[in-house]
Design a protein around this ligand. Structure first.
Ligand code: KG4
Length: 333
């Protein structure tokens, strides 16, 4: 089955063509990050306008590079939640128009389910059940994937997402936006033991997480150093931040895998690109005898191939949207 998929939930405009769920025929991405960097974060209005200007050409490019004609498309899949509402609406309306014009089914796809599906593309052998953590700029979740469309939340961040914490910390360190990758790079060679950063726990909810206190602690370290006129060891602070996020996330995921009896663990979302988090997961999985699935960097961030992949499984499960499909800023996975 050939699916054309569309992703516009944040600041990446993406279109892809997939076959049989897991085979990518083309995957086109236009990152608007440079345009938002000027403002230190994503400006929703600018994101929506850019999606509207670019999505048509990007979809054409996806078809051309896949070597697929319009009449070969058998369904259109689109991210409809969660995300920036104006940004999502551009993709949803484009997909509606396309599905209607081509006379093919329209498949609504949850963005987080798409991130999980990035693992199916990377690992053809991976099948549910498995435990998965999704750590991105807007979400930090631990979920039990019981089936392709049967996903249960086990733990979540009570406040900021892990990626938001990386991005805000990077901003006070003068690293621009999006700061996660730059902070990761800066942390190489730093000495994490030079800074004591919090690793909060939520009583009675062992798998829930909190990152806002960590963010505030980093801001305080930077401001205190500036006020005292001292120089800041930025690589060591960056290493301490990555260590703290990893210490909050990795043990919870491993404990959840043990409790739910899952031998396989998958990681998804942009923060899964972090070198410290990857290394800690690898060590923990080896120690506890679990198989770890980490998608390659190009599949960790937002892309449309993962939406096409999950769209295939949603389609098999009977998911179809009408021309009244709406977009939603928030929605449980
Ligand atoms: O999944 P994603 O591309 O977009 C969504 O939020 O859906 O994730 C983007 C997030 C940003 O917060 C970015 O700073 C973070 O992933 N990120 C990283 C790294 N690469 C991307 N955070 C830490 N270390 C990285 N290497």
């Amino acid at each position: 089955m050939i699916i054309l998929s569309i992703e516009t939930s944040c600041d990446e405009t993406a279109a892809a063509v997939t076959r049989g769920g897991r085979e990518i025929l083309s995957s086109e991405l236009f990152s608007q990050a440079d345009m938002h960097a000027l403002y230190g974060g994503v400006v929703p209005e600018i994101a929506s306008r850019n999606h509207a200007a670019i999505i048509g050409r990007l979809a054409e490019m996806a078809l051309k590079n896949a070597g697929v004609a319009k009449n070969e498309i058998e369904a259109v899949a689109v991210t409809y939640a969660p995300g920036l509402i104006g940004a999502l609406l551009v993709g949803v309306n484009f997909a509606k128009g396309l599905a209607m014009a081509l006379g093919v089914p329209l498949i609504p796809v949850h963005h987080i389910r798409g991130h999980i599906a990035a693992n199916y593309i990377a690992y053809p052998e991976l099948e549910p059940p498995f435990l998965c953590t999704i750590v991105s700029g807007g979400n930090s979740l631990i979920v039990d994937v019981r089936g392709y469309t049967d996903i249960h939340i086990i733990g979540r961040s009570r406040d900021d997402a892990a990626g938001e914490c990386f991005d805000k910390a990077a901003r006070v360190l003068g690293l621009g936006y999006p700061g996660g990758p730059a902070l990761d790079k800066m942390s190489q060679g730093g000495d994490e033991s030079l800074f004591m950063l919090p690793r909060p726990a939520i009583e009675g909810h062992p798998y829930d997480m909190s990152f806002s206190g960590l963010k505030t602690a980093v801001v305080n370290v930077v401001h205190n150093t500036q006020q005292k006129g001292e120089s800041l060891d930025k690589p060591s602070l960056a290493a301490a931040i990555a260590a703290a996020v990893s210490d909050i996330l990795v043990p919870r995921v491993m404990a959840a895998a043990a409790e739910f009896g899952r031998e396989k663990i998958a990681i998804a979302g942009g923060v899964a690109a972090n070198s410290r988090i990857r290394a800690d997961f690898l060590k923990a999985a080896e120690r506890e005898g679990r198989t770890l699935f980490i998608p390659p960097l190009r599949l960790c961030g937002d892309n449309a191939a993962m939406i096409g992949c999950q769209g295939y499984y949603e389609y098999l499960d009977g998911a179809r949207a009408g021309m009244d499909l709406n977009a939603y800023a928030t929605m449980d996975v």
